[in-house]
Write a protein that binds this ligand. Structure first.
Ligand code: SAM
Length: 328
């Protein structure tokens, strides 16, 4: 699948639920309303859609949410999708908050998952409880240990938040180095109402990188994961630190991905509202050819890029939906 700007679409991120067992302050409001079950695709429907994308050239699937591991029977989906590895699919992976990872790590590895991204913004238990509103750090740590023990490569994703975890980012990197994890830092993006001011949370990563350089020697790396992160090797270690900078640097020219929500809505860009309703196509009884045609028509509308803005004059989020719906 080639979009109007000549980009090959080879990567699909699939949000399998909008629900989460945490309420991170930059991601969700405290009193979120979640989708009724009938609106959410069944695991069979999700699998069929994923199969169509793989048929059309997607080589990498990332399962996300909400929190993917809170969806009941989600391991069955991993199992089924894992069977496509080596048959068009190169990689099956997930992004998780890690709270349920201890329970599922071994089964994930058995289904063919090799790498997981675990979101973790702090190593301080009290701060973790504050950022996530009610999470427990020890559960995530147990999850990360289980993932390692199951042979999964762990990458830590942390959102850089001004005045919240900015003082701790060098220690987070030191911990990742000691544990053999890569670290990927993310700027907070203006997605969805969260009942807080994003200007207060926003911390440009250019500043974070400059500060890290006073403690670590960072050299630009050629490493690419096919995503928006720019990586640096940390001299004298086997770890890398990546920076995802949607706010300070627009990286859309290399975008290879689209995102499917648990309602079957396909977003061609994380930062734009245009979408395609694949659930209607699916539940309307489309055969495989009909489904493929609907997907191709959507890809033909993929926009050039996002235009996120966070400033004092722009009070409303750039896109109304929360990250937990589209999947981070
Ligand atoms: N529950 C899973 C997890 O915690 O990784 C998957 C979904 S979560 C929405 C995916 C990632 O998006 C997390 O790393 C989270 O920190 C990040 N995220 C959520 N809202 C964000 C925002 N407004 N700006 C930047 N990153 C955000």
């Amino acid at each position: 699948m080639i979009d109007p700007f000549g980009r090959a679409i080879t990567y699909l991120r699939v949000s399998v639920t909008d629900r989460c067992d945490l309420r991170c302050v930059y991601c969700m409001a405290e009193d979120m309303h979640f989708l009724p079950k009938a609106e959410v695709l069944t695991l069979e429907e999700l699998e069929r859609l994923c199969g169509a994308f793989v048929r059309l050239g997607v080589r990498k699937l990332r399962i996300t949410g909400g929190e993917p591991l809170v969806r009941r029977d989600v391991m069955g989906l991993f199992d089924h999708l894992g069977r496509r590895l080596g048959h068009g699919l190169d990689e099956l992976t997930l992004t998780t908050n890690g709270t349920q990872l201890a329970k599922h790590a071994a089964a994930l590895a058995a289904s063919g998952v090799r790498r997981v991204n675990v979101s973790l913004d702090t190593l301080d238990a009290q701060r973790f409880a504050e950022i996530t509103r009610w999470g427990r750090l020890d559960r995530v740590m147990a999850g990360i240990r289980a993932a390692k023990a199951a042979g999964l490569h762990v990458k830590i994703n942390a959102v850089a938040l001004r005045g919240v975890n900015e003082d701790e980012i060098p220690d987070l990197l030191a911990w990742c180095i000691a544990e053999g994890h890569d670290l990927c830092l993310i700027e907070t993006m203006p997605m969805g109402e969260i009942g807080a001011d994003r200007v207060d949370q926003y911390l440009p990563l250019s500043l974070v990188r400059a500060r890290l350089r006073s403690r670590f020697e960072l050299t630009e790396s050629a490493h690419r994961t096919g995503g928006p992160a720019r990586y640096y090797d940390v001299a004298g270690t086997r770890s890398r630190v990546g920076f995802i900078t949607p706010m300070t640097h627009n990286f859309c020219e290399g975008c290879n991905r689209v995102r499917l929500t648990c309602m079957g809505t396909l977003y061609m860009c994380l930062g734009q509202d245009d979408s395609a309703d694949l659930r209607r196509v699916l539940r309307g009884g489309a055969d495989d050819a009909g489904l493929d045609a609907a997907i191709r028509a959507a890809i033909a509308r993929k926009p050039k890029g996002h235009d996120f803005i966070i400033d004092r004059r722009t009070k409303a989020p750039s896109v109304a939906r929360h990250m937990s719906l589209t999947g981070g």
